[in-house]
Design a binder for this molecule. Structure first.
Ligand SMILES: Nc1ncnc2c1ncn2[C@@H]1O[C@H](COP(=O)(O)OP(=O)(O)OP(=O)(O)O)[C@@H](O)[C@H]1O
Length: 313
């Protein structure tokens, strides 16, 4: 390979990576909120950062924005080292941020809050965003519902048309219709080339909108995968309805996990070959079989054990 091609490849790799974390670590006393976390987020993807309460998601986000300092490790965002204040300030015009709690001066009206951010960074997309997410602009923010605060925050995060948007639990407090609207909007932004990093403890939304997912637990990254691979590796969700009750031990093979039997129905996650499953089932008096893609919730159980999201931490 000639030197020129090599340089071009390095440049395109740099362009393709919007966020890169390298052993990023943050300790608070004896709590390790982020423990040597490493991954990268590519330009033009929706990256889901998934984990239960207290897992360390907000800590990572605050580190990436330079709001807190790492104890060890490094990261860069849009090419700026997060510990280089000047470099980070330069790229901030290209970053939108929805914090977990908004920190707006609550006596100001929504309009005044947006005017404040507009003076700092611009607001060329304000009108378009207000058509989609309409917080009550004339009222003081202190009178807003949680959902309306979220809507105002979303308008604020996107209105200067940034290249990268970092959203901390953006759908918390939004009703299902508004969640759907946000998800559709995020997909449109991604299709227009924007990079979206969002944290969530809601598996179904990550499954629905993300291209890749990083799963964090107790400060450590436990999985980093394409959503499709994660679903594939999670096996198939199978329900077998039998003519007669069956001895679960006789029915179960090593490729079946999380087996549950209720009356004449056996439900399990199947991780083996389809032919082997069909060969096995013909030995039983089967009335019906349902085979579906697994829900991320089920896959999540494999990473988190028995605790469901929100119960750990
Ligand atoms: N300023 C702080 N001082 C001490 N401990 C902190 C501080 N901030 C976070 N922690 C601890 O670090 C760990 C990770 O917290 P973090 O807020 O990053 O988790 P999270 O995944 O964002 O949780 P949630 O979904 O509840 O917002 C928790 O144990 C938390 O108590």
């Amino acid at each position: 390979m000639c030197a020129q091609t090599e340089t071009a490849e390095i440049d395109s790799d740099r362009d393709a990576t919007t966020i890169r974390l390298d052993d990023l670590t943050k300790r608070y006393g004896n709590v390790t909120a982020n423990d040597a976390v490493s991954f990268s987020v590519d330009a033009g993807e929706i990256f889901g950062y998934l984990g239960p309460n207290g897992a360390g998601k907000t800590t990572t986000i605050r580190l990436l924005l330079g709001l807190i300092k790492p104890t060890a490790g490094t990261a860069d965002v849009l090419g700026a080292d997060i510990t280089d204040r000047r470099a980070l300030t330069e790229v901030k015009a290209d970053i939108g941020y929805l914090p977990d709690s908004l920190g707006f001066e609550e006596r100001l009206t929504g309009q005044q809050v947006l005017d404040y951010f507009a003076r700092m960074r611009g607001d060329e997309r304000r009108a378009e965003l207000l058509e989609l997410f309409h917080p009550p602009l004339e009222k003081p923010v202190e009178t807003y519902s949680h959902g309306n605060k979220r809507m105002l925050g979303i308008v604020q995060a996107f209105m200067h048309d940034p290249e990268l948007v970092i959203l901390d639990e953006p759908t918390s407090g939004l009703d299902p219709l508004k969640q759907d609207r946000l998800h559709a909007f995020l997909e449109d932004e991604r299709d227009a080339g924007k990079t979206i990093f969002f944290s969530s403890h809601v598996l179904s939304e990550v499954q629905r909108v993300c291209d890749r997912v990083g799963i964090i637990r107790d400060g450590g990254l436990v999985a980093l995968e394409d959503i499709d691979d994660l679903l594939e590796r999670g096996g198939k969700d199978v329900r077998v309805h039998l003519a007669e009750p069956v001895d679960e031990k006789r029915f179960t093979t090593p490729a079946m996990i999380d087996v549950e039997t209720v009356d004449r129905t056996v439900r399990f996650t199947y991780t083996g070959e389809a032919n082997a499953l069909l060969g096995h089932l013909v030995r039983f008096d089967v009335e019906d079989v349902e085979i579906a893609d697994p829900q991320l919730d089920d896959i999540f159980k494999h990473y988190y054990g028995d605790s469901t999201p929100g119960e750990t931490g």
